[in-house]
Every structure is written in C-alpha cells, then in structure tokens.
Design a protein around this ligand. Structure first.
Ligand SMILES: Nc1ncnc2c1ncn2[C@@H]1O[C@H](COP(=O)(O)OP(=O)(O)OP(=O)(O)O)[C@@H](O)[C@H]1O
Ligand SMILES: [Mg+2]
Length: 331
C-alpha cells in the first residue's frame, strides 16, 4: 500500500533521505526502580504510546528537522497498524501491509536512563523486500543517502542484504547502515555476516559496544581503525557514545563531538535513531564530518529531552545550529 504525501515544511532544494527499515508501536513507561515480583503489578507515573521502530524514529526526527524523508516500511493488518500508518501521514512513505499483528515494544525506563525492551515479533518477520524494492525510484540526485536500519528485526530483508545493498548503490544512492543490536548477540557468524556488508557502506552508524563487538577488540580506537579499513576509502565510520557524544573517522580525518551535559533527560529510547536523523540530514545537505557529528548529537539530545515525545507535530529546526563549535578531538 503506497501512501505518498509531501513533507509539508521540508526544504525542497535538498534530496530526501531515503529510510528503509522497521516501524512499530512503542509503549514507553517509567521510571521503574525495581521489577515487580512475578504475579504482582507495579504502578508507574508516566507513559506514552507513540510510533517507534528504528526507521520510524529516524523518519519522524527528519521531518521534525524540516528535512525531506522517503520512508519504506510495513505495518500489520490490524487496528494498531492503521493507527501507526497514520502517524506517518506527513512523510512521503511506502507502507506495505503484512498479514500479521503489528509489532509492539514495551520500553520500561529505569531511573538511571537505562531501558528494558519487550518486543513482539508481530509483522516484522513478515516484511518482504519485493514490495519495497518496487517502490524505490533511482536516486533523484547523485549522492542522496539511503539509510538501512533495523536489519536484525527484519529476517526476510536480512537474508537479501547483499542484494539490497548492491541494488541501492545501482540506483545511485550513498548507503548509510545502522544495524542495531543482534538479538542472538555478536556471534562469529553475525560478525562475519555484517563484515561482508561493509565494503558497500558509505556511512556506518553504530554505538560503542556494536563497534567493539564487530571489530573484535575492546579498545575503541583500535576497533574504529579496524572497521574503517573494511569500509570503502571514501566512507565514514561513526561511533555513538551516549552522553559522551559521538566520534567519527573517515576521509576527512577523525573527530569527537561532546554535547553539553543535560539533567533533563528522562527517556533515551531512540537516541541513536535521532542522532542518525541529525547526522544524515547534515550530510545530505553537503556538510562535513564535524558539523554532521554536532548535528547528530544536538538532534539526539533535543529529542530525548522531550516527554511526551510527540515528534509528529514537533519542529526542531531552531534546536540545531551548525558550524560554530571548536571541535575537541580524541575519543
Ligand atoms: N544520557 C544522554 N545524555 C545526553 N545525550 C545522550 C544521552 N544518551 C544518548 N545521547 C545522545 O544520543 C546519541 C546516540 O545515543 P547512543 O550513543 O546511546 O546511541 P545508541 O546506543 O545507538 O542508542 P539506541 O539504543 O537508541 O539505538 C549520542 O551520540 C548522544 O548525542
Ligand atoms: Mg543504536
């Protein structure tokens, strides 16, 4: 099912960021300091039901930034799926309908800003590549970015990832990849599988544990150098470091942006996706590594400080300023 509608406030002089991956319903609640005993109930002070999933988070954050987004994803054929689909009415979106219940994530927030996720498989393991592939047009401009995200939640796409990477490159896209965390852990076969994709990736966007696990060393500097060598020479590796910001390594050199500390952060769900939106919209607009790291961090902190998040009606343009910071270096 195709639902084309233009992003209302988007800058139409820039190419859209294409986002391919998972959306689902997020039920976020907390804080919960201690898990209840089996068979009992805990009453929590705050909650929000909202559109989520890694592709959904990125798409809504891009829209809130005033960037153009082209989303390719799916929902389940139930009332939750209908509600979820409506949340993307203001994005340009191709949303396939799967004969399954819509996937739901319950995210329970810990007072420490850690989160525990409980996710139903739902429609995610039914999502096929073919209906999305049919809808993806050649890149409108050389260098427009396509982000692949949530691969480990999408087994039918995962099996065809090499083909997907090749076909997107053939259509003229620059590829960004955020794998997220593999539910089976970084086993040797998962590491080999992901490493086999890296030669086709232009922006690899992972968090610290993902980078060290994929590289097979606990030293972050070493891990980044090892992974950077597996990417094409023109590619950039970004490591997201939670409150310590983000580090990047690529043809422009290396850098590390540390955002100002904030005490008002309650809900860090989707922090990495919000970072991706800021980083990719900066890159799509032609900005360099340092400005893109800064845009990623500022977008992430701006978004995770919001509760309820209510991104569908947010405008974050003012929150992100580019190009006025001296860059600390070193991870
Ligand atoms: N507690 C925090 N305080 C301030 N900024 C944060 C915090 N957590 C995350 N961020 C911002 O969000 C960005 C991405 O977060 P993080 O490094 O946790 O990515 P991630 O592990 O991929 O997240 P996710 O689990 O959502 O996928 C960071 O680079 C930082 O800018
Ligand atoms: Mg992440």
């Amino acid at each position: 099912m195709n639902i084309p509608s233009p992003s209302a406030s988007a800058d139409r002089t820039l190419p859209a960021v294409t986002v391919i991956g998972d959306i689902n319903i997020d039920m976020v609640m907390g804080p919960l300091a201690q898990w209840p005993a089996v068979g009992t109930e805990a009453i929590l002070p705050r909650s929000e039901m909202r559109p989520g999933g890694s592709a959904g988070n990125v798409a809504l954050a891009l829209k809130a930034l005033g960037a153009r987004v082209d989303l390719f994803t799916s929902v389940g054929n139930d009332s939750m799926g209908l509600w979820l689909r409506e949340q993307f009415d203001d994005c340009t979106a191709t949303i396939d309908l799967c004969e399954a219940a819509t996937s739901i994530t319950v995210a329970v927030l810990d007072p420490s800003s850690e989160r525990t996720f409980l996710t139903t498989v739902g429609h995610l393991d039914q999502q096929e590549w073919a209906p999305l592939a049919r809808a993806i047009a050649p890149s409108a401009r050389p260098g427009a970015i396509a982000l692949l995200t949530g691969v480990f939640l999408l087994p039918r796409l995962r099996r065809r990832y090499m083909e997907i990477l090749h076909s997107l490159r053939g259509l003229g896209y620059v590829i960004a990849l955020d794998t997220g965390w593999p539910p089976e852990g970084w086993t040797p076969s998962v590491v080999a599988e992901v490493q086999s994709w890296l030669g086709l990736v232009d922006h690899l966007l992972l968090n610290e544990v993902e980078v060290t696990s994929l590289a097979g060393t606990n030293n972050l500097d070493d891990a980044m150098r090892l992974l950077a060598q597996r990417l094409p020479p023109s590619a950039t590796l970004v490591t997201k470091l939670g409150p310590r910001g983000a580090a990047g390594m690529g043809p422009e050199g290396s850098g590390h942006y540390v955002p100002a500390a904030r005490s008002d952060i309650f809900d860090t769900v989707g922090a990495g996706d919000a970072f991706n939106a800021g980083y990719l919209s900066a890159r799509n607009g032609g900005l360099g590594l340092m400005d893109a790291l800064k845009a990623g961090c500022e977008t992430a902190t701006e978004i995770i400080a919001r509760f309820p998040r209510n991104l569908a009606s947010a405008s974050l343009k003012q929150g992100v300023s580019i190009g006025e910071t001296a860059w600390p270096t070193g991870v």
